[in-house]
Design a protein around this ligand. Structure first.
Ligand code: BEZ
Length: 239
């Protein structure tokens, strides 16, 4: 494994940072991240350990949803501090033996990185010693086609992730970019979106008076408009 920065004191990457680059072995061969996935969104996520139950339920869920992420121009990349042979044996066990919540014969086709030296996990701040010194937490990095980190979610070892929320976050980020809007609590495609506040009081006043077409204002700083589910999806799924 080679990284662009071998310093163990590397600060944790944050939202708005360029995704740190690295080269590593994976179940799909050696990958150069993020360069190998140019023009795509990337979800880089870590799990604590192979052959553990929460991680198994997560991998089965993520792999079952893989086509949904592919349709959103998104590459999934997993990582744990286990070695490649462990990854291969675990993924084979999942495919050949585990039937869980209606999912069976689940093949994990996205790359799963081996990181026995923990270099990538440390580079991305996935080792959080208060939780574990020896295993990565459940981190999820959302990285855009320009290789900028756009959102980060961390879960502890004992709590499996909500993959519907991971998909909602990805769709939300893409919609923010596609329409230049912000999105309210619990937003889903078809819900009203937030029109960013204009700089001047004059504009805010005219918004309150409903002079800007199609705006609904709850107060001068909080105006929304409708974007239909079809409009949102037309941009998400364009080829
Ligand atoms: C699990 O995936 O089941 C797990 C992994 C590490 C610590 C606790 C649970």
């Amino acid at each position: 494994m080679e990284t662009n920065n071998m310093n163990t004191m590397t600060p944790m990457p944050r939202i708005g940072d360029k995704a740190p680059s690295f080269k590593a072995k994976s179940t799909q061969g050696t990958i150069a991240f993020p360069q190998d996935f140019q023009g795509k969104w990337k979800i880089l996520f870590s799990h604590p350990a192979d052959f553990t139950p929460v991680c198994t339920s997560e991998f089965m869920t993520f792999a079952t949803m893989a086509k949904e992420f592919e349709d959103l121009n998104t590459q999934l990349v997993g990582l744990s501090v286990d070695g490649l042979y462990s990854h291969i044996a675990w993924l084979r066990t999942i495919q050949e033996k585990i039937e869980y919540k209606g999912m069976k014969n689940v093949e994990v086709k996205f790359p799963l990185i081996e990181d026995i030296t923990m270099e990538v996990a440390k580079l991305y701040g996935m080792i959080q010693p208060g939780e574990s010194n020896t295993q990565a937490v459940r981190a999820v990095f959302f990285i855009d086609p320009q290789d900028i980190i756009r959102a980060i979610i961390y879960y502890p070892l004992a709590l499996g992730r909500n993959f519907d929320e991971i998909k909602r976050t990805l769709i939300g980020l893409q919609t923010v970019d596609n329409f230049g809007v912000a999105l309210p609590a619990n937003w889903r495609p078809g819900d009203e979106v937030i029109v960013p506040t204009a700089g001047s009081c004059g504009v805010a006043k005219s918004r309150m008076e409903g002079e800007e077409k199609g705006l609904k204002c709850y107060d001068w700083f909080f105006c929304t408009k409708e974007i239909s589910k079809e409009e949102v999806e037309a941009k998400l799924y364009r080829k």
